[in-house]
Design a protein around this ligand. Structure first.
Ligand SMILES: O=C(O)c1ccccc1NCC(=O)[C@H](O)[C@H](O)COP(=O)(O)O
Length: 209
């Protein structure tokens, strides 16, 4: 069964929504973003989170010491690097945390990049390329560019996934995880109905619609 991550939680209400619907992972953005959260607030939310849900901290080109501080303080399970971090940088945290590295997909050259990180990371997130925006853009990329990739790499598919295209995404890319943020928001905040619908749709495979 494809796993699901809901990214960019910021409010106590968001925790209520995920606790009801139990995605496999939730993400907190510690980088510059409209979804940025302070580590103190993230900890407050994580303390209220259902223990069956794993926590992912999202960082962009952060100093190692600051990542360590935030990860320890919030007791994160997984570190997601969404910037220009090198494979060696990612590898420094390995063993203590699960390590995910995000890549924006522009062309078929993506596989060469994934190969460099394979030994140093646990999973790669394939996301849309958008000039000036690191993640959470709500834009879909051309999935043909990563055809067959999930056979060789452990992959999370991100970028513009919604209730409408989630099953097509799973069928075409066969990722280990589907990662969503914008697609479960209304007017820039997380929407409980959208979270429920998308998780049910994935888990029921489109049955009982
Ligand atoms: O979501 C953000 O605001 C963000 C900002 C900076 C770096 C990463 C960010 N998000 C990372 C994610 O894992 C998102 O879930 C992923 O990019 C998909 O987003 P969306 O296209 O909105 O579903």
């Amino acid at each position: 069964m494809t796993k699901i991550k809901i990214c960019g939680l910021q409010r106590v209400e968001d925790i209520g929504m995920v606790n009801k619907n139990l995605p496999d992972y939730v993400g907190f953005i510690f980088a510059e973003s409209k979804r940025k959260i302070a580590k103190e607030k993230a900890k407050e939310l994580i303390d209220k989170l259902d223990k069956r849900i794993k926590t992912v901290g999202v960082f962009v080109d952060e100093r190692r010491e600051d990542v360590e501080k935030t990860a320890k303080y919030c007791r994160l399970d997984i570190l997601q690097f969404h910037g220009e971090e090198t494979a060696e940088y990612c590898g420094q945290f390995r063993g203590r945390y699960e390590i995910w590295k995000a890549f924006s997909v522009k062309n078929r050259g993506i596989e060469e990049r994934l190969l460099k990180y394979k030994e140093h990371t646990d999973l790669c997130i394939l996301d849309a390329y958008n000039k000036g925006v690191r993640g959470g853009s709500g834009k879909v990329f051309n999935w043909d560019l990563i055809q067959g990739m999930s056979k060789k790499y452990k992959i999370a598919l991100a970028g513009g996934i919604t209730y409408k295209n989630i099953l097509e995404a799973v069928g075409k890319v066969e990722p280990y995880i589907i990662d969503l943020s914008s697609g479960v928001e209304t007017d820039g905040v997380k929407d409980g109905e959208k979270i429920k619908n998308v998780i049910q749709k994935l888990r029921r495979g489109g049955k009982n619609e």
